[in-house]
Design a protein around this ligand. Structure first.
Ligand SMILES: Nc1ncnc2c1ncn2[C@@H]1O[C@H](COP(=O)(O)OP(=O)(O)OP(=O)(O)O)[C@@H](O)[C@H]1O
Ligand SMILES: [Mg+2]
Length: 444
């Protein structure tokens, strides 16, 4: 060392020394600058690391980064919570050891596919927790380095147990709702059946009492005629027979006999007609489409709903004698009955009122309008009129299903059911039906 030491008088001039010192100064100050920069970078890195840690820590999804040997290199607090194993122990573990044994093969296939295809894979697998296994929805994505090479896999797992439970509960609630709705629709059907039955009972009552009265009269006449013929048979003298004829009012009996028979027949025919229309009602309601007379159906509905129950309500019908429409007559009759029932209900409490029914037809459409003299429909009610369970009637009076069922039936016929308020007050419902069947399932 001593021989290489330069000496002032041999190789270094003063100027050279000054140069060296200046260089050393520069180098020192550059070093200082680098150190400051390094410290700045270091603290930025530290901040970034803390930020990443807080993000990873607050994730509820499980995060596992592993290398190509499928060993864990990074994870987050969610996995620590899930497995009950500290992070320090998790790092370096084989990722497969986290999962339940039966899922391990599927996991390694997924890891292999993610690395080989450089594409995200997805599976539902269960991680072994400290107490029980938890099913996770796992996404496995390849981890790529800055040069584009796959250096490992990142797994993100979302617990699906909660979701499943929530879904099951929702599904159960939905099932209960559907069943309740079915029950309500059923009781609505029972209610309209009840209305129908009482309408029919009332309708049949008249002709039956007519038949009954006439049959009684006939019985009386028969009794008198028998008494008279007994006398004839016994060979009673002419004077006695003339007297008996007067006292037994035989002439009147004979004269009334025909009208009593005619009356009984008329009543029986009326009953037969009612039974016939009932039979048609049930036959046409069974899903078969056929030609039915909209006018007849409407008149029957008016009789059953209004005339049988509401004598204070006047009915005015403007209609052709007959209007044949193709479809399900029984169903349409139900629609007409629902609308007429609503019209009656709208005038409840009024001393009198009128339901005006008009039936017309275009070339390819039948139009049935039913107008009442009730208060009309409020703007809010107009918006929800055809919604199931929308009703403004008190509990027990209406269920709010009449119009929604009617709407569905008319839709099935590819027709239209609409409601407006008349300028003169009251509501008017319009049912439009194609004359020929083009229907099918209702659009929901
Ligand atoms: N002609 C009408 N005038 C005024 N409001 C009406 C008329 N028709 C229907 N509405 C209103 O529409 C609502 C729904 O009618 P919808 O026939 O669907 O059910 P509802 O008559 O209340 O009960 P349900 O028919 O099940 O016995 C009625 O509660 C009523 O507020
Ligand atoms: Mg109704």
């Amino acid at each position: 060392m001593a021989d290489t030491q330069p000496t002032a008088d041999s190789s270094f001039t003063d100027g050279a020394w000054i140069d060296v010192i200046r260089k050393m100064d520069e180098t020192y100050s550059e070093l200082l600058k680098y150190q400051v920069e390094l410290e700045e970078k270091n603290s930025a890195l530290e901040a970034m690391r803390a930020f990443m840690e807080s993000v990873l820590g607050s994730m509820t999804d499980v995060l596992i980064a592993c290398n190509l040997s499928n060993r864990i290199v990074q994870t987050n607090a969610a996995l620590v919570r899930q497995t009950g194993t500290p992070a320090s122990k998790l790092i370096g573990m084989l990722v497969a050891d986290l999962f339940i044994e039966t899922d391990r093969e599927r996991l390694s296939n997924m890891l292999f596919a993610a690395a080989a295809n450089a594409k995200t894979q997805r599976l539902e697998l269960s991680i072994q927790g400290s107490n029980s296994a938890e099913l996770l929805d796992i996404h496995a994505a390849p981890r790529i380095d800055p040069r584009g090479r796959v250096v490992g896999i990142v797994l993100i797992g979302r617990p699906v147990g909660e979701l499943r439970r929530a879904y099951l509960e929702l599904n159960n609630a939905h099932g209960t709702l559907v069943r309740t709705q079915e029950q309500l629709v059923h009781s609505e059907k029972m209610a309209s059946l009840g209305r129908l039955v009482s309408g029919v009972a009332h309708e049949i009552n008249n002709p039956i009492s007519f038949v009954y009265g006439n049959a009684h009269a006939l019985e009386r006449y028969v009794g008198r005629l028998e008494a008279y013929f007994d006398k004839v048979q016994a060979g009673a003298p002419r004077e006695e027979l003339i007297e008996a004829r007067q006292t037994l009012k035989i002439d009147r009996a004979v004269a009334n006999l025909r009208s009593a028979v005619a009356g009984a027949l008329e009543g029986a025919e009326r009953v037969r007609d009612i039974v016939e229309s009932l039979r048609r009602f049930s036959a046409e309601g069974n899903g078969e489409t056929q030609l039915f007379d909209l006018v007849a159906i409407t008149r029957t509905a008016l009789t059953w709903v209004v005339k049988a129950h509401e004598p204070r309500i006047h009915v005015a019908v403007t209609a052709p004698e007959k209007l044949l429409v193709e479809g399900r007559g029984g169903h349409i009759q139900q629609v007409v009955m629902n609308v007429i029932q609503n019209a009656c209900d709208s005038m409840e409490g009024k001393e009198s009122g009128e339901i005006a029914v008009e039936i017309t037809a275009t070339q390819d459409e039948a139009i049935l309008r039913i107008a009442d003299e009730g208060p009309g429909i409020s703007p809010e009610a107009l918006l929800k009129l055809f919604d199931p369970f929308f009703t403004t009637k008190p509990v027990g009076k209406g269920m709010g299903l009449g119009l929604s069922i009617s709407y569905k039936i008319v839709k099935e016929h590819r027709g239209m059911l609409t409601a407006v308020n008349k300028s003169s007050g009251g509501a008017m419902f319009e049912i439009r039906l194609p004359l020929s069947w083009q229907g099918g399932e209702a659009e929901r």
